[in-house]
Each structure stands twice: as structure tokens, then as C-alpha cells.
Design a protein around this ligand. Structure first.
Ligand code: SF4
Length: 185
């Protein structure tokens, strides 16, 4: 009987003297509730969408993504994310997310799936073929070494190291002169 009474919030309020809004009002189920992100590990990241580069905390548990929230320690966004950035979790988990390479042949109206290795080879072949076709070694008797028909536009989430490698490969390596970034647009 005592056990039964002790589960009754009103009885607990009478005995404990609370005002009915504290622990005396909690059920066992409520007491057992844990925060949604309890026990999750956190990885620091940057929103993948735009040039603002808001900081994100990526919560994961047992190798699975749990949530993505704003990073209060980011000097750029101080914990805030716009509606688009706040939906980053869905970007990764939405059932409609495309995870295979789609290829549409010239003049075709249909998309077909191809393997990632083949797609990467096709990109590399096109880059090299374009460079070979348009490379200008000299102009007016002076060395030029430029590939003027190619350009590269980077995304805002590229970090310093990636931008360094892109600049080095595409300008010094391939001769591109038009290398820019989404952040400038
Ligand atoms: S949260 Fe919004 S403003 Fe911030 S980087 Fe992402 S898309 Fe841009």
C-alpha cells in the first residue's frame, strides 16, 4: 500500500511539501528519460552550404549520426545556424538522398548509373583532353604555359590546405588561370 501511495504525485507532495512542480510530480518514466544527445560523441565541423562557414557540432553514437547542431564556440556563428544549415542532418540522412553517380550521355534524355571509379576516370580524361587541346605554351615569343579554356570554382567549405593544393595543382600543374571560390560570388 505504501509503495502504491508513494507513486501518487499528490501523496508525494503532501509528504515532501513540494508545490507539485518538482520531482514529486515526476513519474518513473519521466525520471528514466535521458537527453536526446546523452552519451553521444561530438565532432567539430563546418556547415557545407554557404560561404559564411558556420560552425557545427556533429553528434554521433556507435558510428551513427545522431544530430547536427550549431557550435557555440564558433567565432563566426556563435552557435547559430540558418534554417538551411540547421537541416544539415537531413542532407545526410534523407531517404531521397542521391548516393550513386548519375551520367547523362550527350543528347540523351535519360540518366544512367555508373560506378564511381569510371566517373572519376571520365572526369580526369576530360580535364586532360581539354588541357592538351588548348594549352598555350608561348605568346609573342615569350613562355605563357596557360590552359585558358579551363576554370575551377571551389566551394566555401574548402579549408586552407585544400585550397592550397587546388591552387598548386590547377595553376602550376595544369596551367589554369581562372581559379576562384564560391565565397567571392
Ligand atoms: S548555417 Fe546558413 S549561413 Fe551558416 S554556413 Fe550554413 S547555409 Fe550559410
Amino acid at each position: 500500500m505504501a509503495g502504491l501511495l508513494s507513486r501518487w504525485p499528490f501523496f508525494r507532495q503532501l509528504i515532501g511539501g513540494g508545490d507539485g512542480t518538482g520531482p514529486e510530480a515526476m513519474s518513473e518514466e519521466t525520471r528514466a528519460l535521458r537527453p536526446r544527445l546523452d552519451g553521444a560523441q561530438i565532432a567539430r565541423s563546418v556547415c557545407p552550404y554557404c560561404a559564411v562557414g558556420c560552425g557545427q557540432l556533429v553528434y554521433h553514437r556507435a558510428g551513427k549520426l545522431v544530430a547536427i547542431e550549431g557550435d557555440p564556440e564558433s567565432p563566426i556563428s556563435r552557435g547559430r545556424l540558418c534554417p538551411k544549415g540547421a537541416d544539415s542532418y537531413e542532407l545526410l540522412t534523407h531517404a531521397g538522398r542521391e548516393t550513386r553517380v548519375k551520367y547523362r550521355r550527350p543528347y540523351s534524355t535519360e540518366w544512367e548509373e555508373i560506378g564511381l571509379d569510371r566517373a572519376m576516370d571520365m572526369v580526369a580524361e576530360r580535364v586532360w583532353e581539354t588541357r592538351e587541346r588548348s594549352f598555350v605554351e608561348e605568346r609573342d615569343g615569350l613562355p605563357l604555359m596557360q590552359a585558358p579554356t579551363m576554370a575551377h570554382l571551389g566551394g566555401a567549405t574548402l579549408d586552407n590546405e585544400e585550397n592550397y593544393l587546388i591552387k598548386k595543382l590547377f595553376t602550376a600543374g595544369l596551367g589554369m588561370v581562372a581559379v576562384s571560390n564560391q565565397a567571392r560570388i
